[in-house]
Design a protein around this ligand. Structure first.
Ligand SMILES: CC(C)(COP(=O)(O)OP(=O)(O)OC[C@H]1O[C@@H](n2cnc3c(N)ncnc32)[C@H](O)[C@@H]1OP(=O)(O)O)[C@@H](O)C(=O)NCCC(=O)NCCS
Length: 213
């Protein structure tokens, strides 16, 4: 049994905590958060300490597992890398109600929320959030530090590149490609491709810049 450290005492942190508690198997669960330096503070009945303070206190062999429970992709990626430098081991958390094909692969540091479906041969990268009830169909390829929001539906063979954020309830048709760092607005339907760094909204999804002009 290992100890679990969740980095980020926020709303998303609460949901990740529920996943970890439902899974069980951790000796202790605690939070770290840069916003907390106060000794003795609790968050959802778990102890919280300052992230810097906690990492600096580590020395020698570290057996704790960690997961970064921060929704924002770039900040989550930074914390993910920093924790590895300090010798922490990334956890992979999968809620027991999620359905994950035996042929799917989920890399370290990712969390799979309740009622998610990840189908045959899909691949999910490191430090991703596959949020409540998202569906990742067969052969999808999800990069690192991606956030698929609640209720996202990805058809078969969709590629979502690293750092992309797909908003609540968005849909990507089979074979679509969502570029690195792109943002897909809530409820959008992506028919084919979203360029890297673009923000798209609507049905069918169009660049937000075009909608504004
Ligand atoms: C797409 C998104 C990132 C745009 O955010 P933003 O840059 O702050 O945009 P604004 O709120 O200023 O809206 C700009 C315009 O786009 C429209 N718009 C924003 N989001 C939209 C959406 N999802 N679908 C359709 N239109 C949308 C607004 O109505 C506004 O139109 P207007 O200029 O005609 O008034 C955001 O609205 C969104 O959908 N985020 C996803 C949130 C989410 O799912 N979070 C997951 C948490 S678990």
């Amino acid at each position: 049994m290992s100890d679990l450290v969740l980095w980020g005492a926020s709303g998303h942190g609460k949901v990740v905590l529920d996943v970890a508690r439902t899974m069980g198997g951790f000796r202790t669960i605690s939070f770290i958060d840069d916003a907390c330096e106060e000794p003795g503070r609790k968050f959802c009945d778990c102890p919280v300490s300052g992230a810097r303070q906690y990492l600096d206190s580590l020395g020698g062999a570290v057996h704790s597992r960690y997961l970064v429970s921060i929704g924002q992709n770039v900040i989550r990626a930074r914390c993910f890398g920093r924790a590895i430098e300090y010798g922490l081991l990334p956890a992979t958390l999968i809620h027991p109600s999620a359905i994950v094909s035996d042929s799917a692969r989920i890399a370290e540091g990712s969390v799979v929320m309740p009622r998610v479906v990840i189908n045959a041969s899909a691949q999910v990268g490191r430090n991703c959030i596959i949020n409540t009830a998202a569906v990742v169909e067969h052969d999808c390829r999800i990069g690192d530090h991606v956030h698929l929001s609640p209720g996202v539906l990805l058809g078969g063979n969709v590629a979502v590149h690293s750092f992309a954020h797909v908003g609540i309830g968005a849909v990507a048709l089979p074979g679509a490609e969502i570029g690195e760092g792109a943002i897909v607005g809530a409820g959008a339907v992506v028919l084919d491709s979203v360029p890297p760094g673009a923000t798209v909204v609507g049905v069918p999804a169009r660049a937000l810049a075009l909608m504004r002009s």
